[in-house]
Design a protein around this ligand. Structure first.
Ligand code: SAM
Length: 249
């Protein structure tokens, strides 16, 4: 099998070896304004999507959970509120400034015990096999260089029968809305990014990376191919985002 030498970065084609650094640069640049931008871009709707995702997990006290690409810790905070003191959550992200933002935010809201912050790459997770009851990744997998490698790593660290949940931007289920969605995405969104973070390119990358990400069916197939069963998905806001769930076989 020949190794791929290039990969996509939004709509550009770049050497595979450069992607991690390019993605890291983006999140270094926007870390301080990341939460504000999410609220502005989605008018707060990302909070509802995250709430619904955690609701679907039906968490019980005492579980050991991993949130990959945890960023500023939104999913982990919601998960922590659904468990008691015996629960444990590991937040893992490749980017130090994003982890630090999340750590500060969670400590400020009184969330400390049962949490661990680990800097690591989704494609080579620094955790043992069969360790977690559930693994989540929110708006993260689109940014990794080798999506299936990251899926297989997340499945590796799950206990048999454990739940995998991915919340990610996806593809519109109502084609009539596409022109409106494209106009907003390509014209308005990078402008908001520029005003707030002074980094238009980061939000241009966001829009392009969403268009390049596999659709709901293709992503489901990737999950099944990498050791997950009972794979299903829910479209959110007409498919702007989707939640994919599967269980380690
Ligand atoms: N999960 C958070 C949320 O839902 O708000 C943050 C999502 S943010 C769009 C994407 C995160 O993925 C960033 O914090 C970034 O540092 C992280 N990331 C990108 N590539 C990664 C990788 N290969 N391994 C782990 N984290 C990665």
């Amino acid at each position: 099998m020949t190794e791929e030498t290039t990969t996509h970065f939004g709509f550009s084609e770049i050497p595979v070896a450069e992607k991690v650094a390019r993605v890291r640069h983006i999140f270094d640049s926007v870390a301080g304004k990341y939460d504000l931008m999410n609220d502005l871009m989605s008018l707060g709707i990302h909070r509802l999507w995250k709430r619904y995702a955690v609701h679907k997990m039906r968490l019980k006290p005492g579980l050991r959970l991993l949130d990959v690409a945890s960023g500023t810790g939104d999913l982990a905070s919601l998960m922590m509120h659904s468990m008691d003191d015996r629960g444990q959550i590991v937040l893992c992200d490749i980017n130090g400034p994003m982890l630090e933002q999340g750590r500060r935010k969670m400590i400020n809201t009184g969330l400390v015990s049962g949490l661990r912050w680990v800097q690591g790459n989704a494609e080579s997770l620094p955790f043992p096999d069969h360790h977690f009851h559930a693994v989540t990744i929110g708006f993260g997998i689109r940014n990794v260089t080798h999506i299936e490698q990251a899926i297989s790593e997340m499945v590796r660290v799950l206990r048999p029968g454990g739940m995998f949940l991915c919340l990610e931007f996806s593809h519109l289920a109502i084609p009539l809305l596409q022109p409106l969605y494209d106009a907003y995405s390509f014209n308005v969104l990078p402008e908001i990014g520029h005003w707030v973070t002074r980094d238009r390119a980061a939000y241009q990358y966001l829009v392009e990376s969403i268009r390049r990400f596999p659709d709901q069916q293709q992503f489901s197939t990737m999950l099944t191919r990498n050791g997950l069963g009972q794979v299903h998905y829910d479209n959110l806001s007409a498919g702007i985002a989707a939640i994919h769930i599967g269980y380690k076989v």
